[in-house]
Design a protein around this ligand. Structure first.
Ligand code: DHB
Ligand code: FE
Length: 279
């Protein structure tokens, strides 16, 4: 039987990818960010997950205003790094897990959760930067990936509660997959940041730390948090945090935090990171 053994949350700042790709991880500005991932890199070497269900958002790289799926699942064999305007990142191709992905698609859709099925797409910093933060710069990524892409770019994004319920449906799907697989689920994006308009540069450390606390202590509060509160408190791009609730919803009622890291600033973003174990 496949099982979800652990979960990770992490921000996905594009400049972090550039810092890794250009050998700047020891620079004074970047070092405190990367130090917060050292524990996790070591832990992942011991945990050895087979597959990561990687919840992320595309930033108009694979999708555009032409087609905007609210929730999409990648069922492809492989995904290439997207060209976001300065060439594709020099990272290995992301290897998919089509059997598990199709099983999750079937299970969720028949469970009345209609995912868009994607058989071909490139993946941008939203997916590749978390991979680099967790695994460094290997010749090949040590896990297979099932991408779950969420629309948080064009209004209306899904509610936190809907994200939570998708996480629950994904957990049911994984539990009914007959192959013995060690599966992790990652929620990425966030934390507070606003890239545009008069409030560009907004960061809200008390909001972010309460969010990190309540993923363990009071997830019900986060499940009910309306979009306007993300916008007001965490900035226009802070809504990326709803993706963390898909991860959290997949873990059940009780979780144990194993590792936590928070650093401001990383580019325009508050960088948050959490490792959780279901109890
Ligand atoms: C930045 C952060 C993001 O989450 C993103 O997708 C793009 C840019 C930033 O901090 O610059
Ligand atoms: Fe983003």
């Amino acid at each position: 039987m496949a099982r979800i053994t652990a979960a990770i949350a992490s921000s996905h700042v594009p400049a972090i990818g550039a810092a890794i790709d250009n050998g700047k991880t020891e620079d004074a500005y970047w070092k405190p960010i990367f130090e917060g991932y050292e524990w996790t890199q070591q832990w992942l070497k011991e945990e050895k997950p087979d597959v990561v269900i990687l919840v992320y958002n595309d930033h108009a790289s694979a999708f555009s205003m032409d087609i905007i799926p609210t929730f999409a699942i990648g069922c492809a064999e492989e995904y290439q790094s997207a060209d976001e305007g300065w060439g594709p990142r020099p990272v290995p191709p992301v290897v998919g897990e089509p059997d598990l992905a199709w099983h999750i698609a079937q299970s969720c859709i028949l469970d009345e959760f209609d995912l868009t099925i994607i058989n071909k797409m490139d993946v941008d910093h939203g997916l590749t930067v978390p991979m680099s933060l967790m695994f460094g710069q290997p010749d090949a990524w040590p896990v297979k990936v099932v991408p779950i892409a969420v629309n948080v770019v064009q209004y209306p994004p899904p509610t936190g509660n809907r994200c939570w319920m998708l996480g629950e449906a994904i957990a049911r799907a994984v539990e009914s997959f007959p192959e013995d697989l060690n599966v992790q689920i990652w929620g990425t994006g966030g934390m507070s940041h606003q890239l545009q308009g008069p409030r560009a540069g907004l960061i809200n450390q008390p909001f972010d730390n309460a969010f990190l606390d309540d993923l363990t202590a009071n997830p019900q509060r986060l499940r009910e948090m309306p979009h306007i509160e993300y916008l007001r408190e965490a900035g226009s791009e802070g809504i990326e945090l709803v993706m963390w609730l898909i991860m959290r919803g997949a873990l059940g009622d009780h979780v144990k935090p194993l590792h936590r890291h928070y650093h401001v600033p990383g580019s325009n973003t508050a960088v948050g990171h959490l490792v959780l174990k279901p109890e």
